[in-house]
Design a protein around this ligand. Structure first.
Ligand SMILES: [Zn+2]
Length: 58
């Protein structure tokens, strides 16, 4: 008999097809929900707080 206590998993669940991005502002590293890109260029990603930084990539 096991008395192991099962806790909810806290790991990030990676959903196939949905890319996970991190803010490009150095020393930030939070989840980036805003992507900025010119046509045919790789997008730059920033979090809510630093999304203004992305404007210069447009
Ligand atoms: Zn940020």
């Amino acid at each position: 008999m096991s008395d192991e206590i099962r806790l909810p998993r806290q790991d990030h669940v990676t959903t196939p097809g949905i890319q996970h991005h991190f803010c490009e502002r150095s020393s930030c590293g939070r989840d980036a929900g805003w992507g900025f890109a010119k046509p045919k260029q790789a997008p730059h990603w920033f979090c809510f707080e630093h999304r203004a930084d992305g404007q210069r990539f447009l």
